[in-house]
Design a protein around this ligand. Sequence first.
Ligand code: ADP
Ligand code: MG
Length: 288
Amino acid sequence: AIPLVAAISTSASARVGLLIRNRTAFEKARNITLMVFDKTGTLTKGSFGVTRFESVDQDLNKNDILKIAGAVESQSEHPIANGIIKKLKEKDLEIGSAKDYENISGEGVKATWEGKNVKIVSPGYLKKEKLELPEGAFESEKETVVFLLMEGKVAGYIALADEIREDSYEAVETLKKEGIKVVMATGDNEDVAKAVSESLDLDGYYSEVLPEEKQELVKKAQKEGEIVAMTGDGVNDAPALAQADIGIAVGSGTDVAAETADIVLVHSNPKDIAALILFGKATYSKMV
Ligand code: ADP
Ligand code: MG
């Protein structure tokens, strides 16, 4: 056990920002059969860069799309929002201001800009509203694409790319070696989810998952006999984290997720999570 404890002390426990709030839940670590990771910011770096952006509205040029999006996104803390703002700054474009900002849970954001209703949303939202996807929006399965709607009509799109964390490969391998199935649940689109899942050799993935559906998928897995550990970063993830046998809040983002979680990690490194689960196994498997 010494090498494991030594390994732990140099990774998870020695790092600032690990908080085990519920020891009983932590003890369940030895029985975990299914690990559900969120994607953005956990398995991936969560630092989106804008790769392409286009207008499909005759009255707006490319840069207008970015500027209007920026006016709304300056009020969001989502990694997608940060990517859009970064691009505006790079291009020295002015970041305007939008009013009545609101989050559309798991699907995007909305606000009013110069008296117009503006939304920035996922492909899933377009599908749901039966809006046509603009041609050329999807070029690469590695890109996350969001759409700018003006008064309910698609005005343009912005493609962004994130990267898988190096540490994710090892974390997934470690957990799988322990006989734990590893899957991903993301609000992002099917293509991106599939690409990440294949790269990391996951046992499965759920894409275009709405926050309220995350709790349902945990429940369903539990009904099938799985003991579930799950990570989450947002306010939206709180019910799913509470439902999981071990809920792990990652990132320093939201207090609500942290409040309902059993374990809180300030650094959302999946390697720490794998180490933590192994640590729980090693610690509690010796007890009767
Ligand atoms: P995840 O954390 O799994 O990537 P989220 O639930 O945070 O998923 O977001 C799901 C989807 O909703 C994103 O992929 C994006 O399409 C859309 N979305 C969420 N927040 C924003 C935002 N601030 N701007 C634009 N789109 C957003
Ligand atoms: Mg999220």
